[in-house]
Each structure stands twice: as C-alpha cells, then as structure tokens.
Design a protein around this ligand. Sequence first.
Ligand code: ADP
Length: 334
Amino acid sequence: GRVVDPVEVDDERVVEAALRPRRLEEFAGQPKVRDQLSLVLEAARRRGSPPDHVLLSGPPGLGKTTLAMMVASELDRPIRVTSGPAIQHAGDLAALLSSLVEGEVLFLDEIHRMSRSAEEMLYLAMEDFRVDVVVGKGPGATAIPLELPPFTVVGATTRAGLLPAPLRDRFGFTGHLDFYEVADLMTILRRSARLLGVEADDTGIAEIASRSRGTPRIANRLLRRVRDWAQVHGSGLVDEEAAHAALALFDVDAAGLDRLDRAVLEALCRRFGGGPVGLSTLAVAVGEESDTVETVAEPFLVREGFVIRTPRGRAAAPKAWRHLGLSVPRSAMT
Ligand code: ADP
C-alpha cells in the first residue's frame, strides 16, 4: 500500500518519497514540460531504445527529482540516483558509469556542482557511450577505453546557466520548471491529504496552496504543519482557521513569504535603502550563502515582483516596501 501512516513517520524524506507521484499523468501542473517529456518517452518506448538525455532546471522543490524517477518508471527501467557534490573525482564517475545496465536511468541531481574532470568524462560518456578507465598511476598509467551500454542521463539543476556549454549540449531535451499555479497546488495538496489520511476542506487547501511560494515541496510541508495544529488545537480538520493559525506560528506570511524571504526584503529596504546591492553583500546581511539567496529566495521574490534584478545588483520594488509596511521612497517608484 502507498498510504503513509502520519503517526508513524514524519521524516521529511520518507514523507516526500511516499508523496511522490509515479506516473506522468499524476504529475500536476507544468503542462508544457509534462507533454514534451511524455512525447520523448513514448517515442523512445516505441523505438525500444533509451531516450535522449534529459536536463531539468528550476528552483528547488518543483518536481525535478519526481520527473527523473518518472522517466525510469514510465520506461520500466532501473534508476541510479546520485548528485554532483557526491562525484568529486572522475574515478567515482567512471566506476558508476561502468556499472550501468542497458537502458538504466542515471539521475544526477545538482549536476552543476560536479568537478570539472568528472564533467568532461560525463559528456564523452553521454555522447559516445564510452569511458576511459585509467589504470595505474604516474608515467605508467594507461587509459583503457570501456564501452558502455546505452543509458539515459537525467540531470537536474537549479542553475542551468552554470553548466558548461559542451555538457549542456549533450542533453537532447531540456525542461524548465516554473512555479506552480494555485489551482495545481490545490490538486497536489488534495492528493497528499488523501495519502496522508488527513481530512481537509477546500478553504484549508486553498489557504495552504496560496501561501506555498508556488512550490509543491513547501505545500506538502505546510500541509503537515497545519495537520499538526488541527490535531492538537482543533478538531483534526485542515480548514482555513487551522491554516491561518499554523502558518502564523511557522512565520509564513500572507504572501507566502518565509523568514528568509522577509530577511532579504528587510535588508534590501532598511539596510541598503532599496538597493541596488550586490548579491554577496545582501547574502552576508541576511547571514546566508549567496547560492541560497540566489537559488532559494530570489527566484520567487523576483517572479512575484518584490525584487528587481538590475545590472548593478538587486533592488527593492515598490511592492517590497509596501509589504513591510513602509512608505515607498521616490527612488523606488520608477
Ligand atoms: P526537486 O527535485 O525539484 O527539488 P522534488 O521532485 O523532490 O523536487 O519534489 C518535492 C516534493 O514535491 C515531492 O514530495 C514531490 O512528490 C512533490 N511534487 C513536486 N512536483 C509535483 C507535482 N507536479 N505533482 C505532485 N507532487 C509533486
């Protein structure tokens, strides 16, 4: 059974895995990427050969891992899961590649964080299905070419722009995931509530969906916190009242912004007079890594019109000042 006992497990990774849809038709939203991928997979299935390599890009929590797993399950092939940071040496990758079976899906999360030498080995392997295994050390070392069975790489990245062109060019299909519409998040939340055995009405689902930063992972996480609140303080039903109370408790504001989002806006407006300010300065001000500010907080703030990216750095839009209850300075009006 795929039903999760909410009392038994509340480990983020366990719950995420349990809530992950397995078939493309269960994947809500992102109609473009879903249709494109569906075509690529159907064609491969009819040809009886592995599909082109697939690159998925977009902010965290939008379904890249989920789609990667669907590539394997739709084709009924095994999948190997690893990530860029886990492959520090080309040798690690050579070992991995040489153990792949025909048609296997190799999921490389955070592919932009692989080492340079591994990157080079990967794009040769993707193109020629061949890897040079180096035997021995120093002057006596020899490279033994090893043929690989055809396989499919599914790469995921929050930063497609950081991939070197030769690697990016090896992907026959690139899907860009965008933030979800509220209606799609509601569909996802209803399904999650059912799987978790949580009773939820539409007012509760709508409230959570509209405050989830357009992100399924966040929606599913907030659902569990609202469920907690409903179980402890309410009747157990996830409704609007439970959602309001729980989201306030967990510092999710009316626009769905979390603490990091608000820290970025506070720093921009109060500390830097609205900017523009460079990313690294901004990151230091909020006590986070530049990469976190840029890939986690910023995409949503930009898309919702709170923050503007300019050639000289990040600037606060009028909406940011208003959101913090500040009056909009003349300089931010343009
Ligand atoms: P990413 O790899 O982009 O960080 P994941 O694929 O791990 O994101 O998705 C995070 C969570 O959100 C998972 O539990 C997944 O089941 C859920 N999720 C993401 N996209 C969808 C979707 N379109 N439909 C249903 N659930 C989704």
